[in-house]
Ligand binder design. Structure first.
Ligand code: NDP
Length: 325
């Protein structure tokens, strides 16, 4: 490699999207267990908007980005899982808003030739989240009745498709007619609006309720989500797109049917190479078999990361938003 510097996007102070600006930085050198990757696509996620806005504190200046894909161009002395030229994807790197990024070999997987760069960039974070929610947090089996909120969104859209392949009956919520069409195309059995969703589900299940609710909307939906569960059902709160859920009285779980509640996060469900490879392997298989179709909504050049953040925060997304170097 002849380059000594690379283009990145960073911010020196927190604030609105326009704090994201291009910066030339030295090309990093892999540590003993790291690989250096030439970036092909970077997945944009909400966490980076929280970091940029100062909601989550990060050291400044900061190059955001955790989810990315590309070709391995250099490997550390102890790397055994990758060679130069391999196609790699990860949800767990750092500083991926850049032409090159480093990742530890334990936190990445090989990408099959059959998977496009765009799909490889769009899949890891939302895909592994949908996978762990329905495979590990609450293992969905054929015949289970499931609600996943925001069914036209990233995690929601992937989860609906995986749930249908598994034989579940899927209920979902959306905020517009256009998004209802998207959720229906993903395969949802019942696409509802947020207003009155709990009553509608009670009617649709003749009062029996659901086995599990996956709620990434949070503040606006969580209390209602608890009311659609059957006795001993499980509520999985996995995000707060509408805001964080306020502290609540655990005694309510008794009154609503000895319910279970959990608040999981991807890091605890992608703890090592074995777990990451299992999840990504099943997701690649689902794409290859046609069970899973990813939707890349918008791509932006790396230098336009600010526009990409503005787009994400405007609740406009109909699928994944990628940066392309
Ligand atoms: P999405 O693409 O699904 O976008 C979020 C969706 O939430 C929107 O499209 C919107 O759909 C819905 N929404 C409802 N209320 C609001 C609101 N007030 N403002 C904005 N959006 C709202 O995002 P992701 O798939 O990337 O993430 C979904 C959730 O999962 C997020 O809460 C995210 O933080 C969380 N997450 C959690 C992880 C974990 O491990 N715990 C990992 C990854 C993501 P609509 O307009 O139809 O309501």
């Amino acid at each position: 490699m002849t380059n000594t510097t690379m283009t990145t996007v960073h911010f020196e102070a927190t604030g609105a999207p326009d704090v994201l600006v291009p910066a030339q930085l030295p090309l990093p050198t892999p540590g003993s267990t790291q690989v250096l990757v030439k970036t092909r696509a970077v997945g944009i996620n909400f966490i980076e908007t929280y970091q940029r806005a100062g909601v989550y504190s990060v050291p400044l200046p900061f190059v955001p980005g955790t989810e990315s894909t590309g070709e391995v161009v250099a490997v550390g002395s102890d790397v055994t899982h990758f060679s130069v030229g391999d196609r790699l994807a990860t949800a767990n790197a750092t500083a991926t808003y850049a032409e090159y990024f480093l990742v530890d070999q334990e936190l990445a997987v090989q990408v099959p030739e059959s998977i496009s760069w765009e799909d490889a960039g769009a899949l890891p974070l939302q895909g592994m989240t949908a996978h762990y929610l329905i495979s590990s947090t609450f293992r969905v089996e054929p015949g289970h009745k499931v609600l996943i909120h925001a069914g036209a969104g990233g995690v929601g859209g992937i989860a609906i498709q995986l749930l249908k392949a598994r034989g579940a009956t899927v209920f979902t919520t959306v905020s517009s007619d256009e998004k209802a069409k998207i959720a229906t195309a993903h395969g949802a059995d019942h696409v509802l609006r947020y207003e009155g969703f709990a009553e509608n589900i009670k009617d649709l299940t003749d009062g029996a309720g659901l086995d599990v609710v996956y709620d990434g909307v949070g503040k606006d939906t969580f209390e209602q989500s608890l009311t659609v569960l059957k006795t001993r059902g499980m509520a999985v709160l996995f995000g707060g797109a509408s805001g964080q859920v306020a502290p609540f009285d655990l005694q309510k779980l008794n009154g609503l049917g000895s319910l279970y509640v959990t608040r999981p996060t991807l890091a605890h469900y992608s703890q090592d190479r074995q777990e990451i490879s299992w999840r990504m392997g099943e997701l690649f298989d689902a794409i290859e078999s046609g069970d899973l179709n990813l939707t890349v909504d918008q791509t932006f050049p790396l230098a336009q990361a600010a526009e990409a953040h503005t787009y994400l925060e405007a609740r406009k997304t109909r699928g994944k938003v990628l940066l392309l170097p």
